[in-house]
Design a binder for this molecule. Structure first.
Ligand SMILES: NC(=O)c1ccc[n+]([C@@H]2O[C@H](COP(=O)([O-])OP(=O)(O)OC[C@H]3O[C@@H](n4cnc5c(N)ncnc54)[C@H](O)[C@@H]3O)[C@@H](O)[C@H]2O)c1
Length: 411
């Protein structure tokens, strides 16, 4: 089941549990606005190339719409639609005053030069500038885009509307980006894990962890869990994996990998087969790489007691059912990886106030938001008698439904 089917299924199940009116349920699913634009740019060789850009603005009942812009050859409008919807529920679970959106351009960023990417980003911004904005729709980086892409959007948008740093988040620090944004998703994963373990009378100290992925999210989650005294006993990425029962020295691994060292050359751990990573013995398994990695084939062999979904959609619904039967507790992505969007919100707040926070304040506020969301999800699980995934979905959907009703949606 793909992300679109899984999101719609979870939404419908949540709507049923909440007893939502069927007309409201239908209305919440339909996007507020779908934008499709053609972006033609001169390539470096003088020829013209055209690309299709999308922006799906799903819902704004709780505030300006918020979501990433991805550059990928297979940007599919249906998928963008599902991801925009997911952002609506995710921002509601996090209790940040946003709705949901997502966008993208069908292109292969690796095959475009920096100046071609800049021209493409500027043309896309020209086509959508009157439909995004600080209080309308606030884009952020996603697959294939980064802080530089946001800087170009900010610059192009500001030509039409005046200096508007809060129109995008995930910007470079020099242009109003927030301290702590880079680590935010991994840090949020650490706070979420801490809250989950505490619920079971456990803590990061004394627990063992396996992490799949050592990119932005995985490397920050690993460093912060290690700092908190957690023992990471196996970790890997697309190029290899290592294990050490006594715990891996993560700062040393970070240095080794940053300097271009291969997994097999890292001292203090042994190389392992990457296909065994997800089924390795541990207390907490944290997938931080791809979607769909936990499926009906490997789920019966997962030995972890807890799965913290740092990646988007790492668990297939079939694996979810197997985990429920086997007593494996899953902390869902819609909450576990929301640290990034929460600190994006802090970035927006700082830009609007024109007053920048120090990193300590960013991290302290992130901790508060992650903890509060966890306790609200738990309360939902109790009142709806459901698992954490449905607890998070019912929490998000209920908040959006309430805001919609209060505004008077039928008029
Ligand atoms: N970066 C964020 O702020 C953020 C926020 C929310 C969700 N996410 C999700 O978290 C996940 C990771 O994002 P990221 O920003 O760290 O990406 P990234 O590109 O920085 O890192 C991805 C990591 O996954 C590894 N990987 C890829 N294929 C793999 C495979 N087959 N087996 C093992 N490892 C593999 C890569 O080697 C890399 O280490 C994605 O699912 C993303 O959608 C990221």
């Amino acid at each position: 089941m793909n992300a679109l089917a899984a999101t719609s299924r979870n939404f419908r199940q949540a709507a049923r549990l909440l007893g939502l009116d069927s007309k409201l349920e239908k209305s919440l699913l339909i996007p507020f606005r779908e934008i499709k634009v053609e972006c033609t740019i001169p390539k470096d060789d003088g020829t013209l190339a055209s690309f299709i850009g999308f922006r799906v603005q799903h819902d704004n009942a709780r505030g300006p719409m918020k979501g990433g812009i991805r550059y990928h050859p297979e940007v599919d409008p249906d998928e963008v639609n599902a991801l925009a919807q997911l952002m609506t529920w995710k921002t509601a679970v996090a209790a940040v005053p946003y709705g949901g959106a997502k966008g993208g351009i069908g292109c292969s960023p690796g095959e475009l030069s920096r100046s071609e990417l800049e021209r493409l980003t500027r043309v896309f911004t020209q086509k959508i500038h009157d439909l995004i904005g600080t209080h309308t729709d606030v884009p952020a980086p996603d697959m294939g885009t980064n802080a530089q892409t946001m800087a170009w959007i900010l610059d192009e948008y500001s030509k039409f509307h005046g200096h508007s740093p809060a129109v995008v988040t995930g910007k470079p620090i020099d242009l109003g980006g927030s301290l702590g944004r880079d680590a935010a998703t991994g840090r949020g994963v650490m706070y979420a894990t801490e809250a989950l373990l505490a619920e079971y009378g456990k803590s990061i100290v004394g627990s063992t962890f396996v992490i799949q992925g050592f990119g932005n999210v995985g490397s920050w989650a690993a460093q912060l869990i290690h700092e908190k005294g957690g023992k990471i006993i196996a970790i890997g990425d697309v190029t290899g994996s290592i294990r050490n029962k006594a715990g891996i020295d993560i700062p040393a691994l970070m240095k080794h990998r940053t300097e271009g060292g291969a997994w097999k050359d890292f001292h203090g751990a042994e190389v392992m087969d990457s296909s065994e990573l997800l089924v390795h013995e541990c207390d907490v398994l944290i997938p931080c790489a791809l979607g769909g990695v936990l499926n009906r084939d490997n789920a019966p062999h997962v030995k972890a007691k807890f799965v913290v979904e740092a990646a988007n959609h790492p668990t297939d619904p079939e694996a979810d059912e197997i985990f429920a039967k086997n007593g494996v507790t899953v902390l869902p992505d819609i909450y576990a990886n929301s640290g990034g969007v929460i600190v994006s919100y802090f970035e927006w707040v700082q830009n609007i106030q024109g007053f920048m926070w120090d990193e300590e304040k960013v991290n302290m506020e992130l901790h508060k938001y992650m903890n509060s969301a966890f306790h609200h999800i738990k309360a939902m699980c109790k009142s709806q008698d459901c698992n954490l995934r449905m607890g998070a979905f019912t929490l998000g959907v209920n908040r959006v439904a309430r805001a919609t009703l209060l505004r008077g949606w039928e008029a």
